[in-house]
Design a protein around this ligand. Structure first.
Ligand SMILES: [Zn+2]
Length: 164
């Protein structure tokens, strides 16, 4: 078999926006009147990023490693989940090279926060600052993100076999 020194992974995550929850994206708490519902903090940026990295490393997805029904992860900080995923990936002999995450969301505007989200992802996944980029895209009023019913994040990650 031909060696696979590099692999690409993709991750997608969606959580509903509800009242009475803080809005946390990429580890940044963003002032807003609603937040993302979920077993953990509902951080779609972190979850999509984890699934992209796990996929690139050829590992099972986030929900398999950290089941929604496991009380140990009730209210878990998704930045902590990212650190645990980074350890799983390192133990499997792979390392993230770069990662991009696109958030689909009309409200709130996220432009002032994507820099900090990028820095947070670079920190937890041990990436160069320019190698972890989060961007926000408006849904133009269309579909569930446009109606403010939820937020979608899509991540792509390139990983390299660490021992090559
Ligand atoms: Zn999620």
């Amino acid at each position: 078999m031909i060696p696979q020194p590099m692999r690409v992974g993709q991750g997608v995550d969606i959580h509903p926006l509800v009242e009475g929850r803080p809005l946390i994206l990429g580890g940044v708490t963003i002032p807003f009147d609603r937040g993302l519902d979920g077993h953990s903090d509902g951080d779609v940026v972190a979850h999509a990023a984890c699934d992209a990295l796990l996929g690139a490393a050829g590992l099972d997805d986030l929900g398999t490693h950290f089941p929604e029904n496991d009380p140990a992860f009730e209210g878990a900080s998704s930045m902590d989940l990212c650190r645990q995923v980074a350890e799983l990936v390192a133990a499997s002999g792979w390392a993230a090279m770069n990662m991009t995450v696109t958030i689909l969301c009309d409200e709130p505007r996220l432009g002032d926060h994507v820099g900090q989200m990028s820095a947070n992802l670079a920190g937890v996944f041990a990436l160069e600052p320019a190698s972890a980029r989060v961007t926000a895209k408006a849904a133009e009023g269309l579909g569930f993100p446009g109606r403010g019913e939820g937020i979608l994040a899509i991540a792509v990650c390139l990983a390299v076999a660490a021992d090559l």
